[in-house]
Design a protein around this ligand. Sequence first.
Ligand SMILES: C[S@@+](CC[C@H](N)C(=O)[O-])C[C@H]1O[C@@H](n2cnc3c(N)ncnc32)[C@H](O)[C@@H]1O
Length: 282
Amino acid sequence: MVIARRQLIPWRAAGTRAEMRRNADEVVRDTGWVFNNQTGSTLTLEEFVQTGDAEVDIYLDRLGWNSIAANATLLEIGSGIGRMTSAFSRKFAVTVATDVDAAFLERCRETVSRFGRVGSLRTVHIADGSSIAVEDSSIDAVFSYITLQHCKASDAMRLTTEAFRIVKPGGYVALNYRTWVPADWVLVPAGIVMRQLWRIPVLGPRLSQWRWSTRFGWQANRLDPKRILTLLETAGVVLDDIAILHHPGKPQRPVTFKGSTVIQRDLDVANKSHWWLVARCH
Ligand SMILES: C[S@@+](CC[C@H](N)C(=O)[O-])C[C@H]1O[C@@H](n2cnc3c(N)ncnc32)[C@H](O)[C@@H]1O
């Protein structure tokens, strides 16, 4: 079978391995590195989830979302096997985990049943990689971390407009993107070559399971704030508040949204190659 979207290949490969493993600790040892880049033969799901717990505490604090969580529905785009979802499910009234890989969502449910509040969890499969099967204006907060960079640019952009479609008036959106860094002069061409190699029968599927190959090939896009803000303007999105968060001292180029300059702020925990769009809807 030819998989048309090469950027999805490593996720499907990891998802298939996640499906085949006997227990959740094995899943973490075998595929956990695709989420938090940690490897080791003694890793456990519990330790894996602790990394997500710590990050959820940090991001909810920096986003100022702690005060809304108890009565709110949060939707996470790209939950994977639930590294952060367990903590979200303990804090939010309802958590909707979404992912392009259905096997990850099943594992996510298992993770949340062990470490979170599974009664508050819903899962929604993003089967086509870009549409979120959730009603308009039904979600209080949409969050996505280290996911939109791994999609085809057009999927990341569609997922962005989907986030603003499903969020309620007065609701919040925090989306994490990757932008250009100097190492991209090497990483981008290497990624293109690797994604071509993944297409080769027999060799491709094998390659897509190896960590080094995946790390070269999976960073599928760089989207800068201007492109995303232009997209939102064109889509007619109306916002009360908007800001760009970036690695301390590494602001993005000045950008405007509907004629006003967008505020940029340091985010102490932001990776050098990342930026965040944070917004409150009208
Ligand atoms: C690096 S993992 C991050 C998972 C989670 N946010 C975390 O921090 O542990 C990226 C996730 O994005 C998912 N993903 C990749 N492309 C996607 C798409 N087009 N739509 C939805 N999810 C996608 C992958 O299956 C994977 O679970």
